[in-house]
Design a binder for this molecule. Sequence first.
Ligand code: PMP
Length: 283
Amino acid sequence: TIGYFNGEFISTDDSVIPIDERGHQFGDGVYEVIRTYNGIPFKLEEHLDRLEMSMKAIQLPQSANTEREHLRFIIYQGIEKSQLQNADVYIQITRGIATRQHLFPNVPASVSMTVRSSKFSANNIHDRVMTAMLHEDERWKNCYIKSLNLLPNILAKQTATDAGFGEAILIRDHYISEGTSSNVFIVKEETLYTPPLSHHILAGVTRKTILDLASSLSIPCEETEITPEDVKNADEVFITSTTLEVTPIIKVDDQMISHGQPGKITTKIFNSFLNEAKCTSTF
Ligand code: PMP
């Protein structure tokens, strides 16, 4: 495991965050998680685009240490130092270190990073299945920003876990938004559905990859509002994220989905996704 904070590679056990660091005190920052395959970061530019968008959205000004070229450089350095083939790169940018007060300080941003072995790497879809619980979406109105403020996500995930489920699927105003750290897809009569992009969900990099894959596999796909009943009545359900990739959901609350097995279309998408991730990374 590799750690990094403001210009230095460190051990993740080192105490390096000053008391007045704004990520630590306010959650005043944004982040990205990037997966590597064969030591190469997958969809790196898409993640850096989203990081830039998140920074703009919270009015975090660019400084020399947050420029794209610099971030790309430290990400590659971190991956190389880790010597890991399949890693999760966590990169966080905050509004810096300044005596605690709410107003923006005029100081450089802080950049921190960890590079760790990826948790989910089973190639067999049957080893990836998960269950999910429906849960109210208690978050704010700007969930398109990948902000550090994850308390409602953490609470929903813990509630789901304590109730014996793997993920919470969130409901806002009678419709599904997303998972606590994933996007949601359902399959009904061979068509794929996922909620449309809005300020209420994160524009998942994996979500976009899946939409592109579905199109190239000629699987019909619609970005449309999905109700909790649609999820329970779906033929197949799966969630997507950088770390979970494509994860079949085989039970939602007490409703079994596709007889408790990964569905046909989910399996097709899972295999194509892994194929793309691994092939892209060999070049
Ligand atoms: N929604 C939320 C709330 C998330 O935290 C994540 C994980 N970053 C996602 C969706 C999936 O996004 P991605 O595919 O870019 O990892």
